[in-house]
Design a protein around this ligand. Sequence first.
Ligand code: FAD
Length: 646
Amino acid sequence: MSVVDRQEWDVVVVGAGGAGLRAAIEARERGARTAVICKSLFGKAHTVMAEGGIAAAMANANENDNWRVHFRDTMRGGKFLNQWRMAELHAQEAPQRVWELETWGALFDRTKDGRISQRNFGGHEYPRLAHVGDRTGLELIRTLQQKIVALQQEDFKETGDYESRLKVFQECTVTRVLKEDGRVSGVFGYERESGRFFVLEAPAVVIATGGIGKSFKVTSNSWEYTGDGHALALLAGAPLLNMEFVQFHPTGMVWPPSVKGILVTESVRGDGGVLRNSDGKRFMFDYIPDVFKDKYAETEDEADRWYEDPDHNRRPPELLPRDEVARAINSEVKEGRGSPHGGVFLDVSTRMPAEVIKRRLPSMYHQFKELADVDITAEAMEVGPTCHYVMGGVAVESDTAAARGVPGLYAAGEVAGGMHGSNRLGGNSLSDLLVFGRRAGWHAAEYAAGLAGARPVVDDGQIDSAAAEALRPFSAESEIEEPKGGPPENPYTLHQELQQAMNDLVGIIRREPEMKQALEKLAELRVRARRAGVEGHRQFNPGWHLALDLRNMLLVSECVARAALERTESRGGHTREDHPGMDRKWRRINLLCALTDPTGGLAATDPVRGQIALTRETTEPVRADLLALFDKEELVKYLAEEELYE
Ligand code: FAD
């Protein structure tokens, strides 16, 4: 067995986006020797792509804002399926996390009187997104990296080694969480460049690997987002929560084909951009659902007045939560009122002077100019829904971010479930990363310290099986006996077929027969994936990397499809054409996905029958003082009959 490196740490953080870096900083500050592992270059994570901003009720732009209003907006956006304690902690702690970033060197845009500027976003009652133009994620990551370097410099002064207490392993992929007696004992992975295997032994592992978008054909996500952390948790024995909820962002680029899916930030609408169909109509006024009727403008005049006087006018319906806007665009296109390339028009050119557009939306200006040869200061953009974010994820304890059922395992950021319920509000992810990244790092460090001399030991047998699993694509032809027949499969072909199936059959609008068809297709792909073969060596071999990522995408896709088939209602990021309404009975139900083989081995499971078992659990009742923040008439729209009675 060819493990080249075996090191010991107290806490290992898998993922170096906002959640992972915030967790690592916290763990290190609490005394844990902490390693961070990331699949791509350090600093290149989804977080860096975040454009719009960080949602935090700092009340800089409207003094009526506070954590309670933010909590209410988050619960409404998630259609009350949020793990309410997470939503509470998030709303309460987000402002502190933003101010803390500033003390670490972040330079946010300012108001005229020098405070952190906050912008409007869909579903947020007040302007709430702290931002840096439309490059907020870049500033967030830059600041966290700078903080990490500062901590390493402190360590150097004390120990003579920059990496003695905090080390980043970049361009490395983790393929397994290792365990001893049910507790976490470390991780197994490989260096992407050399292909060499490594083991980091640690009693606490924080998973912060982000999303799953690469299972879908049209997505805003980049190549890393293959659901690795979701799969790592499942394979380690931790359940995933409510995986049916996948957010399709309403505005991705639709043209040219090579850039289809790339995000057009919601700030375009927050700053005054409007959506029009091919008849030139601002169609969103026709799509305000009953639950939001009293909060959104009914006429264009009122909507436009809101930008200047939000206290006396209702907000424009372009700023409804993302699920509502995405469905509306989908309907317009379906009804034949779409733009030439199958989207709708998003226009800022008639709404703001060119220099304001270039100042407030610099990335969007360049993105369209360079990728589509469209000048957004002079003409409308063409946009359509794109798979963007997964609300479902690792089921965690709200306060500690501990993954359920696996001592020593933690999850934070997009990979964790619960916080956003059935639909995430824009800007609530960056704040989620900081709030729960910190909490995960804190509790992981505490857990590791509490074990003192009784740390789990890494079992060599597990290392051997993880290595054999990783090497399997090199021997697809010669060694694999079952399933017999057929040459090795090309991982790229399998990936394309998976993406197409998920896009077409479990996408933005779902129907029972199509989801059943998707499950059949997934069964076929699982069988074929056992023969996924690659040529060449382990030295930088992207085909091999993809062959390994396929395991994760297939697991996660099965979770999404099974849960979507089970939930017979429409709520947030899950729309059933055959069950169009939100059903209050379903508010009380969480769907949990676990592996059918609890030992975490996949070879033994029947690929046709499936690898995922689904169970229902009753959600915890929302605490009374939090319910009291809502009008009774509003609660009647969301809560199940028995909850109202209680
Ligand atoms: P990420 O930032 O996605 O980082 C994941 C990390 O895990 C990476 O370092 C990756 O390399 C690593 N990783 C993955 N798998 C492995 C593995 N197997 N082994 C080792 N490492 C691994 N949200 C907002 O709140 N506001 C916004 O304005 C906003 N804009 C967005 C714009 C775009 C284009 C996109 C795509 C998303 C946007 N979001 C926004 C969402 C938000 O950016 C993400 O949800 C968030 O950044 C996820 O952060 P994270 O820390 O959970 O993971």
